[in-house]
Design a protein around this ligand. Sequence first.
Ligand code: ZN
Ligand code: ZN
Length: 443
Amino acid sequence: MIQSFNISKLGYNISCIQQLTDHIKTRITQYEEEPVTYVFKNEFFIDLLFSIFKRVNNTITDQHRMFREATDPVFYVKKKRDEYYSVFQKYCHGATSAAIFGEIICQKLKEPIEQSVYRQTARDLVDEMRSNCPSLNGNRSNLEKHILRRLAEEENFDKYINYIYDPKDHFKSFIRDEVSQYIRDQFSVQLKMNQNIELLQKKIMTAAHESTQHVQENRGNVDVWLKFFTQKLSDVLMFSLKDFSGVKHDDVDDFKLLEDVIRKDLPSITSDISREFSTDSFKIKLDVNNRSDEILIDHLCQCCWVQCPFCGAICTNTLENHDGDHSVTFHRMNGLMGGDYYGTQDLCVEFCTTLVASDVSFLESEKWFKFREYRTAGKVYEEWNITPDESKLPYWKWFVCKFQNVLETFYEKKIQNEGKIPEEWRKYTFDQAIESLEKKCIL
Ligand SMILES: [Zn+2]
Ligand SMILES: [Zn+2]
């Protein structure tokens, strides 16, 4: 919803907050209308609002800053003051029109160069991480393996709950953390940006040189020069003839001088830009779509996110809206989503794959259905293909032993009686649990 406000283009308006608040209120009401046995207090609504707004604060602030930079006249004039001053200075010193125009070109290049360097660096970081980071160098299934490993290492039950109930959100924050950590440990933003700006500077100088050659060979005028120049740079810079509307330049005729001025002035422009290079500026200067973490999220998270109605395992299909049934190789025990034995407070430790082969029934919308015929229980069940088998990932057996107490507290239920943990589950070590993710072994 926040994305749809398009704040970077339209600016922040206080009504955004009202719209968001209404939206959240509606969602809560909708939720309460579902078969739940509780109501939310007003305090819950307020806490939820605060927590959401706290989370999106940075996004909104960043986007509004971008809007201001692009549209606020005061901001714009302030920024242009230095640029025009140096052009004016040249003019006062009696510079020729070619020298003045060269200076104008350099000033106009400043922003596109900056944007290009930040974007290129973000893409370089993505490429580097895609080949160097074990968690990010494959598909989502590979990523999930690393997420489960990290969860086990951190032993943080809250994070498990986030993973179980909002997997996409968890995957996203995992990727963001990986990117921040990679920047902290092994990627010098400054170094990469300096390399990129140097390359870009060379390209611009070459383009200027070739444009002069082109005009001299073809007896062209300054418009031909400019057209050739902008075209040469079109794949590396957001820079076009349009940027020169309103700039008088038709009396420029010394193209060698024009090229020389650019060659001479450009380094001071690029060093102005590079002075600001830092890990912080890298985070702020890029708009959302061009940030490394968002590119990676886009790349790895455009898959099916539908969860098994029994155990919450995520469908492994790599297409977001795919044909055919949802499916996943490894289901988990039902108790993970709070499933219990009817009439008891005992969490169910059976795996979906075992249940669908059994005569056990489950309750859905106050009706009983056989697990064997789970597809008849309605839409969310109908679309799943759960193959009956005995595949039980040791990872989840280890998990339920390790987190038995917190799991019981979380659901206010017990793992006992019928749902007692089989003794052999307790023999799995941390290493074996992790190994089972690697080998995908099933015993
Ligand atoms: Zn399942
Ligand atoms: Zn699916």
